[in-house]
Write a protein that binds this ligand. Sequence first.
Ligand SMILES: Cc1cc2nc3c(=O)[nH]c(=O)nc-3n(C[C@H](O)[C@H](O)[C@H](O)COP(=O)(O)O)c2cc1C
Length: 158
Amino acid sequence: MTTLIVTASHHGSTREIAERVAEVLQEQQQIETVVEDVKGAAAWLDSADSVIVAAPVYRTRLAKEASAFLDSRRAELSTRPLVLLVSGGAPSLSPRLHAALQAYGPREIGYVRGAVVEERLSGLEKLQLKLSGNENYGDFRDWAGLESWAKGLTGLRG
Ligand SMILES: Cc1cc2nc3c(=O)[nH]c(=O)nc-3n(C[C@H](O)[C@H](O)[C@H](O)COP(=O)(O)O)c2cc1C
């Protein structure tokens, strides 16, 4: 049983989230995992029994590379369990984005707070962040909460 974890991380924090989930799945559920950036992920789809797409919210939407992957790979994703794991600066996932993500037919949609590190952002990104109403800087990742989410993930099997 192999789970492909696809990440679309602009500044690295969602990639680290995906890697932690992979560790938990391997250690606690004996599930083999491959963590792959969205750019190279399609090549791994054939060998994956299930897929997790871990991606951040940017400007109130899922990162566009992740949406593009979900849109362009609908056929392959429809034949295997799909879980979405979203990271964002806000305390919770907006109901609007949650509803939009349901359209991809995931078994589960998880949400974790990510990291918003000022030194990593360009001037334009800082402005966009301000306009999105999420101008709270810090590393908000709750590693214990993430691990318990991954331990309780039941939707990946058959
Ligand atoms: C330009 C910009 C826009 C963002 N817009 C949102 C948003 O609309 N909602 C939200 O919850 N978080 C927003 N965030 C926060 C990111 O989702 C958060 O920093 C995430 O952890 C980034 O993941 P990454 O490090 O993998 O790129 C935004 C961050 C940036 C830099």
